[in-house]
Design a protein. Structure first.
Length: 225
């Protein structure tokens, strides 16, 4: 299915969104996220605070969006672009890994900035929920089953798996992943203090998504002629 190019109104909205998230990240890195107000971000982007509120619910969301920008849509587009003979589970896994491990130019510094600050770290983890809507649509189209809840359940499971992988990857420095009594083997990124990436994010994403493969395979078998 070919998606028509966005119209002028949509292009203007996208430009405003990009200006807001770029301003939010720049100001946060210059002054510290706690010293940046919504009014400051809006002024730097050349819009009103009211316009800002139409795009982002908080300053943390805007700052994090500079790193996660349109990642959810890119994951869905990558899945849709895979040939039909490629297993859906494989298509989803490869799309997720590709988009989460490609930080882009300047992305590594921004990601480090975000993951070492608790409030931004929370927003970064919460952003995984955005995977569900666009991925639901592309899975439903792939399965030819737009009326059933299967696609949404699968997409929500992917979003949960990605969050679990990120939580394990972002572990407070010095925390023992296998410590007795730990609520989970990956540690909790909710604690304050220094957080460092642990191990390979690609490996963690693949490990978290692997248990979903049988469900994807079963869904595909049900729609095969």
């Amino acid at each position: 299915m070919t998606t028509p190019p966005p119209g002028l109104r949509e292009r203007k909205k996208q430009a405003t969104r990009e200006a807001l998230r770029a301003a939010a990240l720049r100001l946060a890195m210059e002054h510290g996220p706690d010293r940046v107000r919504v009014e400051d971000i809006a002024e730097a982007a050349g819009v009103s605070p009211r316009t800002y509120n139409n795009y982002f619910a908080s300053r943390e969301q805007a700052i994090v969006s500079a790193v996660t920008a349109d990642r959810e849509a890119r994951i869905a587009a990558a899945v849709a672009a895979r040939p039909e003979e490629v297993r859906l589970a494989e298509a989803v896994t490869e799309a997720v890994v590709e988009q989460y491990t490609d930080a882009g130019e300047g992305g590594h510094e921004a990601l480090l900035f975000i993951t070492t600050r608790p409030a931004l770290r929370h927003a970064f983890l919460d952003s995984t929920a955005g995977i569900e809507p666009p991925l639901t649509a592309v899975i439903a189209e792939r399965l030819g089953d737009t009326g059933a809840p299967t696609a949404r359940v699968l997409a929500a499971s992917v979003a949960a798996a990605v969050r679990i992988a990120l939580e394990g990857w972002l572990r407070p420095a010095g925390e023992d992943a296998g410590a007795a009594g730990s609520p989970d083997a990956g540690g909790s990124p909710d604690a304050g203090g220094l957080v460092v990436p642990v191990g390979s994010l690609s490996d963690r994403l693949r490990a978290a998504l692997t248990p979903l493969a049988p469900s994807f395979d079963a869904a595909e078998r049900r729609v095969q002629p």
